[in-house]
Design a protein around this ligand. Structure first.
Ligand SMILES: [Zn+2]
Length: 257
């Protein structure tokens, strides 16, 4: 049965639909991820068109059923000017949108996911336009996504004997930290030094806005990527295209460590 729903949402993706329309994937607070058609949004006079092409929180009225809706009305709730004016931040936001898309089945609402999405945009809007801040937020997006999806590896206790962290390795196949006593010789590849373990745990628990107050060094961010991304992308069944685009963009960012 068709329903009319008023909900805030964020446009994750928008493309052309027929001669003058737009078909968008929108993450809404009420309905989760849904497809939304706006039939005249590509006409220059359409107010909806401008709205569907910006990184923003939009209050919208949707009509439809299942995971397919038409856009009846849209008004701007929160804009993120600092993301719009930075190519690197915009790339990181696009990556965040891809993470959300891959982690959210259509038509399955999850208020935690919407809160995560809007907090992610707020933090990126506040961040400085430099490598350390953007890369720290990107790692925080990824590790919090592992947590939200219920696939966060164990870092503080050995997954084999349960002892508290005292140095050792990260073994993806075993789901986390393996202590020096339990690690087999062929598992001693990816070291998990104390500072890396602490940084991982900090990013899981800290609010996104707090993580940029203590940004990661480049070495730490790179090591963390080796731990986080394989688990996340295996869960998604693919590596999102935006991950590679973001990586290329990062190479041009100003660094200071
Ligand atoms: Zn152990």
């Amino acid at each position: 049965m068709k329903q009319t729903v008023k909900t805030p949402g964020v446009v994750l993706e928008a493309g052309p639909y027929r001669s003058s329309g737009v078909l968008a994937v929108i993450y809404t607070e009420e309905l989760g991820a849904v497809s939304v058609i706006s039939s005249n949004a590509r006409k220059p006079s359409s107010p909806a068109g401008a709205m569907l092409n910006r990184i923003a929180i939009i209050e919208m009225v949707l009509h439809g059923s299942g995971d397919l809706f038409t856009l009846k009305n849209a008004s701007l709730v929160r804009d993120f000017p600092s993301i719009h004016s930075s190519a690197h931040k915009a790339l990181a936001a696009a990556y965040l949108f891809d993470l959300i898309k891959h982690a959210s089945p259509r038509g399955d609402s999850d208020s935690r996911m919407f809160a995560f999405l809007t907090a992610g945009l707020e933090a990126m809007n506040t961040a400085a336009d430099r490598f350390r801040d953007i890369v720290t937020l990107t790692r925080a997006y990824e590790i919090k996504m592992l947590y939200v999806c219920g696939i966060l590896p164990v870092f503080e206790r050995c997954v084999s004997c349960g002892c508290a962290y005292h140095g050792g390795f990260y073994v993806s196949l075993r789901g986390g930290y393996v202590c020096t006593r339990c690690a087999q010789p062929n598992e001693r590849i990816l070291r998990l030094p104390a500072e890396l373990m602490q940084a991982l745990v900090r990013l899981v628990h800290e609010p996104l806005a707090a993580s940029i107050k203590n940004p990661l060094t480049q070495i730490m961010a790179d090591r963390m990527k080796l731990i986080i991304q394989p688990t996340l992308f295996q869960f998604f069944g693919k590596r999102p295209a935006s991950a590679a685009v973001l990586e290329t963009g990062e190479r041009d960012l100003p660094r200071d460590d």
